[in-house]
Design a protein around this ligand. Structure first.
Ligand code: PMP
Ligand code: GLN
Length: 382
């Protein structure tokens, strides 16, 4: 049978399988090498034991919707209607899918910024739409990966339905500056283009900087779907619980798809997360410093190696440039590194429509220090 989606396996599946096959240290797929907080585990178990094992409401349990609304007020200054504007999803992945299916129609165009997380493209294809790729750029004036505003303006046309943002950015670790949101607002002002902002790393931002959610911007909020994931924030990627926050009319549209693809999300985990967030509000605030220490430690360990890097500004990924070691293409170098050196990473060219000539790999540093030490020791041998 001819596949509807001819995409092959995701790079995360490929690299994790290769890593397992060669018993390598897996710094490829982005998942923490440690468990959620024991108090959170206890709470989830408590709710399982106390008969909270049947369907949750379609949009999520009220206590968790409330926690998210409070969090958005606390971090981004926006008051939202928890019942109508927060939808608990089956991971951020389902939120992304539901938003795209809800607002994008056949032959519409959707703009993504390359390197772009690999879910967006297939979701857009399934909506019958066309993906337009705008590469992030680095310039002399601004050397982090950022949006090329002129290219964005040139790409927008009457078919453009949706723009997908992802900051803190996977895989580069770049973050937004406040002038970015203002510039985007200027560009979109006279259009009816929606924004989907994938903010799954919203609570992992370094060096005293703040994450700029689309929820924080008065003008942009009215056209935005903000997607996040509890997997990243609570070291629980396997739980697959996330959310979509969006103004009422947008949330209604998104729920049209959510209710038929997923309906509702695992009940005891929603209860456990709600009680945990309510009881330990400081947990989230400690996350950035926890990961900043990991980033700094990993970079210090890599310092004597032939890799070069610019420190990540957010997320739990660090790009390492191997041009001082090899001229090979990143896909084959990542394979060799896994098979021969024993460290798995993600080649970033797979996230581009037209990959630039860059020798960069993405390493996930959300691991115990001992694992980072072992990986760095191997990488320093090159
Ligand atoms: N968006 C980005 C940018 C990601 O890195 C990931 C991976 N966690 C997701 C979405 C998917 O999140 P979830 O596991 O909650 O579906
Ligand atoms: N988001 C994770 C990453 O970027 C992987 C998620 C997945 O395996 N689909 O590595």
């Amino acid at each position: 049978m001819k596949s509807k989606l001819d995409t092959g396996s995701s790079i995360f599946t490929i690299m994790t399988e290769l890593s397992n096959k060669h018993d390598a240290i897996n710094l490829s797929q982005g998942f923490p090498g440690f468990n959620p907080d024991p108090r959170l585990l206890e709470l989830v178990c408590k709710y399982i034991r106390s008969d909270n094992n049947q369907y949750a409401p379609m949009a999520g349990i009220p206590a968790l919707q409330d926690c998210i609304a409070e969090k958005i007020k606390k971090f981004y200054g926006r008051t939202i209607d928890a019942r109508q504007e927060v939808t608990i999803c089956d991971g951020a992945t389902e939120g992304l899918f539901s938003v795209i299916q809800a607002v994008v129609y056949p032959n519409d165009e959707v703009i993504v910024f390359d390197p772009a997380y690999d879910n967006y493209g297939p979701d857009i294809v399934l909506a019958g739409a066309i993906t337009r790729h705008v590469p992030l750029i680095r310039t002399k004036e601004r050397n982090d990966y950022h949006i090329d505003w002129q290219k964005l303006k040139d790409t927008i046309n009457e078919k453009t339905k949706l723009i997908i943002l992802n900051f803190p950015h996977n895989p580069t670790g770049a973050i937004l500056r406040s002038e970015d949101l203002d510039t985007l607002a200027d560009i979109l002002r006279d259009t009816s283009i929606y924004i989907m902002s994938d903010e799954v790393y919203e609570h992992i931002v370094f060096d005293g900087k703040k994450h700029l959610s689309l929820a924080s911007h008065d003008e942009l909020w009215s056209r935005s779907f903000v997607i996040s994931s509890f997997g990243k924030t609570f070291h629980a990627t396997g739980w697959k619980v996330g959310y979509c926050a969006a103004p009422i009319e947008l949330s209604k549209e998104m729920r049209q798809i959510h209710q038929w693809t997923c309906y509702s999300v695992v009940t005891p985990i929603q209860h456990g997360l709600a009680e945990f967030m309510h009881t330990y509000p400081d947990y989230i605030e400690s996350l950035s410093s926890f990961y900043e220490a990991k980033r700094d430690y990993f970079c210090k360990l890599i310092e004597p190696s032939k890799f070069s890097y610019q420190v990540s500004a957010g997320s739990f990924y660090q790009l390492l440039d191997y041009s001082g070691i090899s001229e090979e293409k990143d896909t084959s170098f990542a394979k060799k590194l896994t098979e021969e050196i024993g460290v798995a990473s993600i080649p970033i060219s797979v996230f581009y429509e037209t990959p630039p000539f860059e020798q960069k790999l993405r390493f996930c540093f959300a691991k115990e220090d001992g694992i980072l030490e072992q990986a760095a020791e191997k990488l320093c041998r090159l």
